[in-house]
Structures are given as structure tokens and as C-alpha cells.
Design a protein around this ligand. Structure first.
Ligand SMILES: *[C@@H]1O[C@H](CO)[C@@H](O)[C@H](O)[C@H]1NC(C)=O
Length: 183
């Protein structure tokens, strides 16, 4: 009886801080501690790393289905636009007029989706095919080469402005719920 109770208390103390953390659909794999305040380009609605703050990192993303829920964010894939560096799939920069996306680490899946198309569907019923060219790194962040931004969340489709336009979405909104599937 006593052992059972202790186990229950241990389980609760292990689980509670994580489940009450946020509405993220994923459990953090760990936390990254930012040691200094970092400036970053906030034109795409980005959050900059702050000293003493902890940021969750995610090894996995939610399972991919025919209607995978995700958050669409705006990314710039061109040279010198937000210090984000070249695309992870091919180490090249790309035009923001192309229908291209970066996926959270779990969905990027060690380059396995590189060059593949995904179908993105907005709540307004519009859909578009876009090519995976980059990773939205959920394991690292707060570094110069990633524009000093916190690690990516686990459920992000970080898309070019051409994707937003094709979906008839306003880039000023910054974040929109969408669903996607492998095309
Ligand atoms: C987006 O989806 C999340 C999770 O399902 C939900 O909590 C949130 O309210 C949604 N936001 C909008 C603007 O619909």
C-alpha cells in the first residue's frame, strides 16, 4: 500500500510539471537554457532568446495522418533575410516566391522528406502543394546560425510567403492552424 502511494506521488510529480507546461501536442525531450539575451529579427513575429530563460526542445513531432494538425508560420528562405542560414536539405537559399516549407525536426525526419511535396489545407478550404526544403530545428536554438531564435516547436510548417498567398492567408496574422499530409 505504502509503496503504491509513493509510486503514485512520484508519477504525479514527474508528470505534472510537464503536462501543465503548455498546450503543445508534444512532450519536451529536454530544455535549453539561454545564457544571454540575443537579438533577432522579429519581422516574422519571432521571439528572441532571453538570458536565464529555458526553452523546450523536441525530438519528435505528432504522427502524420491524412489531416495532420499543425501551425503555419512564415519563413524567409532568401539570403540575408533573417540570419537563418541556407536550407538544411540542400544548403542553398531559395526564392520566397517558390512554394516551399521547413518542417519541425520530427517531421523533417533526418532529411527523409527533403524534396518531397506536402499538401497543406487551410481552414478556409484552400489547399496547396509545397516542397520540403528545410528543417525548423526543434532540437537547437538561441544560436547565431539560427537567427538567435528559440528552438522550433514540434508541430510547425514554416512556409514561404508564396504558400501563404496561395492559401489566401494574411501573413500579418503570423500563425494559423492548418492541416497537412504527404502528397
Ligand atoms: C489552433 O489550434 C489549437 C489547438 O487545437 C487551439 O487551441 C487554438 O484555439 C486554435 N487557434 C485558432 C486561432 O483557431
Amino acid at each position: 500500500m505504502a509503496v503504491c502511494f509513493q509510486t503514485a506521488v512520484l508519477l504525479l510529480t514527474l508528470l505534472l510539471p510537464k503536462t501543465s507546461l503548455s498546450a503543445s501536442p508534444c512532450q519536451p525531450s529536454d530544455f535549453l537554457h539561454s545564457k544571454s539575451n540575443k537579438n533577432c529579427d522579429q519581422s516574422n513575429g519571432a521571439d528572441c532568446c532571453k538570458a536565464g530563460k529555458s526553452y523546450p526542445i523536441y525530438k519528435n513531432s505528432p504522427p502524420v495522418t491524412a489531416h495532420t494538425p499543425a501551425i503555419l508560420t512564415l519563413n524567409c528562405f532568401e539570403k540575408n533575410c533573417d540570419g537563418g542560414g541556407a536550407a538544411a536539405c540542400d544548403s542553398h537559399y531559395h526564392s520566397d516566391n517558390d512554394l516551399i516549407v521547413a518542417l519541425s525536426t520530427g517531421w523533417y525526419n533526418n532529411k527523409k522528406r527533403c524534396g518531397k511535396k506536402i499538401k497543406i489545407t487551410a481552414k478556409n478550404g484552400k489547399s496547396v502543394l509545397a516542397k520540403v526544403v528545410d528543417e525548423c530545428d526543434s532540437m537547437h536554438g538561441c544560436r547565431e546560425e539560427q537567427g538567435n531564435q528559440p528552438p522550433c516547436r514540434c508541430n510547425i510548417v514554416d512556409a514561404s510567403k508564396a504558400v501563404w498567398k496561395a492559401l489566401r492567408l494574411n501573413t500579418d496574422v503570423g500563425e494559423v492552424n492548418i492541416t497537412w499530409s504527404d502528397a
